[in-house]
Design a protein around this ligand. Structure first.
Ligand code: G4P
Length: 534
């Protein structure tokens, strides 16, 4: 198959949702249909399966949250799906944001009973900012909720996105009877007893015009269905693929992931509507040809698996064909490197990748060769600027509790900062080489401590700091050195030796700006830094 055909087959996407909406369940069902996993038909098996598919870090198990991002690849109906599992927890939005830079579209999963929740809102904001097409799956239709019209209204009022239902639920909760497919005009019946197993359960369907329908679903629900569909025809949005691809309009599907209902109806439409990797290529078509290989690093993770103590740089292929052992250039360092140990990851299992195409994610193990955001390519003209760095919002002092482990401590914090988990700052006046950590959320500090212990054998102490504001300083070095910061600010250096100042209040910052008109107080050290959405 040509590169173009391979690219056309691919859909690279992420599922965004609030914890508990059913993301793990839906992911498993997608994998199941793709034949990627064998699943016994019980909830218990599902739980075990969950441990096997995404919780690869001890901490995830302890906290019951998903911290690391998983990349899963599976085939379905001649298509190759690359599913990026974004971490759901609030504090990990920087990592989530980076992961979303590798996706071409997002599936927004909403719990029928809870509607649009906080985490969904934040993740939606990130997708919106990136202009990602968003597909909505309203899950748990077997539970009671405010009703489909109310959910659509919420999408518009809370998220500001117009929606177009592709199918429409008939009843909900105990009265859930199935969905009406507006395009085929078929009613697919929900059969709870048939669910939970390993197969799609939408096979049983009849036309909406079938005279038997009112008898099957009951007069009341039939009347409601006719009313609702008429209302949608008159007052609803028209389907418009261009608007979907621009992220202006979200197609909506209803179902119940737990009982497999509506998942394949969704998946089939998703495959036809979701963007192929070529859309991304469109942006750089003047710089490269489709067969020039190019990719960018969107995530770096150390010690993902204790059995393979290595660091993996996840790259998203944008163009060309990747072949094992190919030689590429890292545009940042201008260094040539051989991509000799590429890996595809399926939870804890790894397999060596021989070839990969646009949309695919590779795990590269070349230690030290990559930094977040790096472009690797056979064509030096292209440099992707997709992966932002973030301005930290919380700070803490980290101390090493075991002097004999200093080397491990230093290696650990350096590697974790390269992953983008934290940023490092140093006090030039302090004799100890103990860093100040900057992060987006405090949970990241806990993760750093945990990982330093688990992966580097170093016990640490963390002391939260009250500073909330950071500025990078640009101006006369002697003047910067001489600034008296007082008790509500501190002068530090970032990991590249650039002077920064931390402040407890905006007011304190404004005061210093006024005192030092010749010094620039920058919100970020360069254009690359981005304020976090949401
Ligand atoms: P998450 O990854 O988004 O956090 O959610 P997860 O899939 O773990 O699902 C959260 C809970 O919602 C689980 O129940 C799961 O079984 C349930 N669930 C998922 N899809 C549906 C659905 O379509 N209908 C209904 N009624 N429930 C659904 P749990 O009791 O927390 O866990 P478990 O005992 O099922 O593992």
């Amino acid at each position: 198959m040509s590169i173009e055909t391979e690219a056309k087959r691919r859909r690279t996407f992420a599922i965004i949702s609030h914890p508990d909406a059913g993301k793990t369940t839906l992911t498993e069902k997608l994998l199941l249909y793709g034949g990627a996993i064998q699943l016994a038909g019980s909830v218990k098996a599902r739980r075990n399966q969950r441990t096997a598919t995404s919780d690869w870090m001890e901490l995830e198990k302890q906290r019951g949250i998903s911290i690391t991002s998983t990349v899963l690849q599976f085939e379905y109906r001649d298509h190759v799906l690359n599913l990026l599992d974004t971490p759901g927890h609030d504090d990990f939005s920087a990592d989530t944001y980076r992961t979303l830079t590798a996706a071409d579209s997002a599936v927004m999963l909403i719990d029928n009973a809870s509607g649009v929740e906080t985490q969904t809102r934040k993740l939606f904001a990130v997708c919106k900012q990136r202009g990602l097409p968003i597909f909505t799956f309203v899950n748990k239709m077997d539970n009671e909720g405010p009703g489909p019209l109310a959910i659509l209204a919420e999408l518009e009022e809370v998220l500001g996105i117009r929606s177009v239902p592709i199918n429409w639920p008939i009843g909900q909760g105990v009265d859930f009877k199935g969905v009406f497919d507006r395009r085929t005009r078929m009613v697919h019946f929900y059969d709870k007893a048939a669910g939970f197993g390993a197969k799609a359960i939408e096979a049983n369907a009849i036309s909406i015009d079938d005279p038997e329908l009112p008898k099957i679903i009951g007069e009341n629900l039939y009347k409601q269905l006719i009313e609702d569909t008429e209302l949608l025809e008159v007052a609803g949005e028209e389907f418009d693929l261009d608007r979907v691809l621009k992220g202006d309009l979200t197609p909506v599907f209803f179902g119940s992931a737990l009982t497999n209902f509506g998942v394949s109806l969704f998946l089939n439409e998703f495959l036809t509507m979701a963007p192929t990797p070529e859309m991304r290529l469109e942006k750089v078509k003047d710089l490269i040809k489709t067969d020039d290989f190019s990719a960018f690093v969107f995530k770096i993770q150390a010690n993902m698996d204790p059995n393979h103590r290595d660091r993996i740089a996840f790259v998203r292929v944008v163009s060309g064909e990747f072949t094992k052992d190919m030689e590429v250039t890292n545009v940042r360092s201008a260094k040539k490197l051989k991509l000799s140990r590429p890996q595809r990851l399926f939870a804890q299992e790894r397999e060596t990748v021989e070839v990969a195409y646009p949309g695919d994610i590779l795990g590269l193990t070349n230690p030290g060769a990559f930094m977040l955001g790096d472009t690797v390519t056979t064509n030096l003209k292209v440099k992707y600027d997709e992966v932002p760095e973030f301005v930290p919002e919380v700070f803490a002092r980290l101390s090493n509790m075991d002097v004999s482990k200093l080397k491990n401590f230093e290696k650990g914090i350096e590697q974790l900062s390269q992953e983008g988990l934290i940023q490092l700052f140093w006090n030039p006046k302090s004799v100890s080489r103990e860093p100040i950590l900057g992060a987006i959320g405090r949970l990241q500090f806990e993760v750093v401590q945990y990982r330093l212990m688990a992966e580097y054998g170093v016990k640490t102490h963390i002391e939260p700091m009250v500073y909330e504001i950071i500025r990078w300083l640009d101006g006369d070095a002697a003047e910067i050195k001489g600034i008296y910061w007082g008790s509500s600010a501190v002068g530090l250096e970032d990991n590249y030796g650039v002077p920064v100042a931390l402040f407890t209040t905006e007011w304190g910052c404004a005061y210093q700006v006024e005192q030092h008109p010749k010094i620039k107080f920058l919100r970020s050290p360069g254009e690359k830094f981005t304020a976090l959405a949401g």
